[in-house]
Design a protein. Structure first.
Length: 135
């Protein structure tokens, strides 16, 4: 998700054959459940991730530490993708310069949040990911 926030339009998983373990395959590895989960999430989010990007639709306070983020406009709503790439929780106040936002629905992740007075207050856990549909 960090790669998507930084501009990637797709993700590729690469694994190679090893002479030490010629029977190794991704589908039998400990990583497979995580890869399968991420692919399933991305499949559901594809219409949003391929929609119009809308930089500047949100502002963050405080500025540091930074989160990775990307915003989209899809079917009349704004979507905010966030990644905490730090090894500690990060709390942010997200504001909407255009105003008029009254509802935030979590689409992805398990992020503590509260929407009040056109502000979204949220805490992302270490390496946490969240996506919100904001109207």
């Amino acid at each position: 998700y960090g790669a998507i926030c930084l501009g990637a339009n797709g993700l590729l998983w690469y694994s190679h054959w090893s002479p030490e373990d010629p029977a190794w395959t991704l589908s039998k590895s400990a990583m497979w459940p995580h890869v399968a989960q991420t692919v399933g999430e991305l499949a559901k989010l594809t219409p949003v991730l391929l929609s119009v990007e809308t930089p500047g639709t949100v502002a963050f306070a405080p500025e540091q530490p930074q989160l990775l983020s990307r915003t989209y406009r899809h079917e009349g709503a704004d979507y905010l993708l966030l990644v905490n790439w730090h090894s500690y929780p990060v709390t942010k106040v997200v504001t909407f310069p255009q105003g008029g936002k009254s509802a935030a629905q979590e689409v992805l992740g398990d992020v503590q949040h509260e929407l009040t007075d056109d502000r979204l207050i949220l805490t992302l856990q270490p390496l946490g990911v969240g996506m919100y549909r904001i109207q």
